[in-house]
Ligand binder design. Sequence first.
Ligand SMILES: Nc1ncnc2c1ncn2[C@@H]1O[C@H](COP(=O)(O)OP(=O)(O)O)[C@@H](O)[C@H]1O
Ligand SMILES: [Mg+2]
Length: 330
Amino acid sequence: MKDGVIVKVRGLKGRYELTSKYIQAVDGCSFEIREGEILGIAGESGCGKSTLAKLLLGSSMDPSLKHLEGTIRVYGYSIGDISEDKLRKEVRGKKVGYVPQGSMNALNPVRRIKKIAKDTYSEKFGENISEKDIKREVVPHLKSLGLDGERVLELYPFELSGGMQQRVVIGLSTLWNPGFLIVDEPTSALDVTTQKKLARTLLDLREREIVESMIYITHDIPTLRQICDRIAIMYGGKIVEIGNMEDVLFKPMHPYTKALIDSILTTEEDIGAGSKRGISGQPPDLTNPPSGCRFSPRCKKSGQNCEKDEPVLHNVGGRKVACHRVVENE
Ligand SMILES: Nc1ncnc2c1ncn2[C@@H]1O[C@H](COP(=O)(O)OP(=O)(O)O)[C@@H](O)[C@H]1O
Ligand SMILES: [Mg+2]
């Protein structure tokens, strides 16, 4: 794509349409990702991070999810406009790899890894592939991820460590060099050493040009620092701050970013001022979000206009921030 932009999202809105209510989980997100770039996404649970990921793969990822407004272009494909068939055959797995949240725990416990790999192929190509072909294709890829591919294919998921399961999931999501990879909270159940190894594995995938760009969703600040070029902070279905990783983590501007970084447990003393406080209150109910700034009910800096007018992202010192107070002070 022009200017090396691989992913371009504009004014994206998506909601879950349930029988009794609508949940406005993604409410006006815009950003782009360039070739070679890893964008981290952080924010409390329920802020719309996983929904944003699903929309990027086509809202049919979830039957109750509807892509309401806005555009998504990925490698020239206009995701909201193309048929399910085209998404399946040309986009998912081929252009966009996806490691869904909880995918490690979702490995079918009663199937050996070779059967799970076979399912992955049949889902994609709708045909039966022989075990010999599976081995020929999957073993070298798993080996390149540091796994004994031949042995792993014969095992059941419970026979693998958490770190190995995660690498199997990443391996199966990147079999066809997807270019753009979305990894949703992969490390929450892993210990620190395994998290670091996983981050290294992802960087290796980029170095080997199996993927060129990524979205990495996590609360794990050390991993964000290790792998991300830029970070977006989500709150209540919106991006409230987006910019270079170092700027956002070390000099957060939005009061929510500050509170989030303060509250996230980290072993690194230079971030979060050493104090680990929770953020008081709850993220907004997305069936009926507050007017104005969605963070205003919890924000210490909230003033009159914050409850009335919805802030939009403004360029502030090389990044974008959606906060009335920050813009006033510039
Ligand atoms: N499959 C679903 N059906 C209905 N509501 C959902 C579904 N998945 C998520 N939600 C709701 O959408 C909102 C955003 O959720 P999600 O995107 O999972 O946030 P995050 O990944 O940031 O934790 C939440 O209010 C959540 O309860
Ligand atoms: Mg999530």
